[in-house]
Design a protein around this ligand. Structure first.
Ligand SMILES: Cc1cc2nc3c(=O)[nH]c(=O)nc-3n(C[C@H](O)[C@H](O)[C@H](O)COP(=O)(O)OP(=O)(O)OC[C@H]3O[C@@H](n4cnc5c(N)ncnc54)[C@H](O)[C@@H]3O)c2cc1C
Length: 320
């Protein structure tokens, strides 16, 4: 691809930068795509430009071209941990749809666009144990690495050995687990904003029957505790790290319950009546309703408990 550098073009004339990017990838880039369709909350405005990437080569080329033209970009997976602003996102939104999975001995390498659950299933089918904890967690492998997704005391950082990432310049490399500086629902990638294209986990041999019955057991527990509520993004706030608590965390839901969260609603947004840390779009919510409800909850918790809740859900786009 031969793009003339136009780094100043975007700031003075975003439309021509958009057009040039579209011309460079004519069949790939769509315009004004509703991001509500790409977020489990079901709210949010459009992406000026939107693309589903299916190969790492495509991803690198797109990033390089967007940089040359000065077009900002965001990467999303399945949108199950996202709050998209009502005004949407300027620039390019890249939806990671890179697929593929390979088993080699005790290791499974899986592309970032695959469901996290596909990794759980693959491990179970080949008789490898260690992924059961992730049964029923929504989203893609890419989202799971960035947010160190986990449950029941385990997280992806416990099993991941390395991942392939693409930096903001569009160059690919492989990094071992320590690079990611994993923490509770966090990794270094939240700061560097590098993009995950695949992850490799190393598991232990196990009994297939035992693995799949543990997976089923977890799915049943999740189904009872967190039924598949439409229009939510799971837990809105992070739990509070506290070694004296089970799994080392004081549930944010407990603190929220104590400030009467379950009775609260704001515009079309409300708190799920069975779980004080889950915010729901009851059908008519705007992203702003959800944002303001979250702000009310944080204020009340700070006032009553002296604890400032941190958001697990990632907000993107232009908020008021
Ligand atoms: C009902 C429900 C229950 C849930 N339960 C749990 C749970 O038990 N445990 C848990 O940890 N989470 C849970 N979640 C949250 C969510 O499933 C996870 O955070 C998931 O890993 C998000 O993946 P995603 O592909 O949807 O990411 P998205 O929501 O699309 O994106 C989230 C963030 O990751 C970034 N991102 C996504 N893909 C990439 C990539 N390839 N490279 C770089 N950055 C990327 C985005 O830029 C964004 O910042 C739940 C969500 C729901 C709706």
């Amino acid at each position: 691809m031969n793009l003339t550098p136009h780094s100043s073009l975007y700031s003075s004339d975003p439309v021509s930068a958009y057009n040039r990017l579209k011309e460079a990838f004519p069949r790939l880039i769509e315009t004004q795509v509703s991001l509500a369709e790409h977020s489990s909350f079901g709210v949010g405005g459009p992406a000026d430009l939107f693309v589903r990437v299916r190969t790492t080569g495509q991803l690198c080329e797109l990033i390089k071209a967007a940089n040359e033209l000065g077009v900002p970009f965001e990467v999303i997976g399945a949108g199950t941990n996202l709050l998209v602003a009502d005004r949407g996102c300027r620039g390019l939104v890249i939806c990671n749809c890179i697929m593929g999975l390979e088993v080699s001995g005790r290791r499974i390498t899986i592309a970032a666009g695959e469901d996290y659950m596909a990794l759980v299933n693959a491990a179970s089918v080949v008789g490898l144990t260690g992924m059961e904890f992730a049964a029923g967690i929504w989203g893609t492998v890419g989202g799971a690495v960035v947010g160190n997704a986990g449950a029941y005391g385990s997280e992806i950082c416990d099993v991941m050995v390395e991942a392939e990432i693409v930096d903001r310049k569009g160059d690919i490399r492989t990094e071992k687990t320590p690079y990611f500086e994993f923490d509770y629902r966090s990794s270094k990638l939240k700061k560097t904003r590098e993009i995950v294209v695949s992850a490799t986990v190393e598991l232990k041999p196990g009994e297939k029957e035992q693995i799949s019955s543990r997976v089923q057991e977890i799915l049943t527990i999740r189904g009872e505790k967190h039924p598949r509520i439409p229009n939510s993004a799971g837990s809105f706030f992070k739990n509070i790290v506290d070694p004296t608590q089970p799994y080392g965390k004081l549930p944010a839901g407990k603190l929220l319950d104590e400030v009467g969260a379950k009775e609260l609603s704001h515009g079309g947004a409300r708190v799920y009546e069975k779980h004080a840390n889950i915010l729901i779009n009851s059908g008519t919510a705007t992203a702003q309703d959800i944002r303001e409800l979250a702000d009310i909850l944080r204020e009340r918790t700070l006032e009553k408990h002296g604890i400032r809740l941190e958001e697990e859900v990632v907000s993107i786009g232009e908020f008021d």
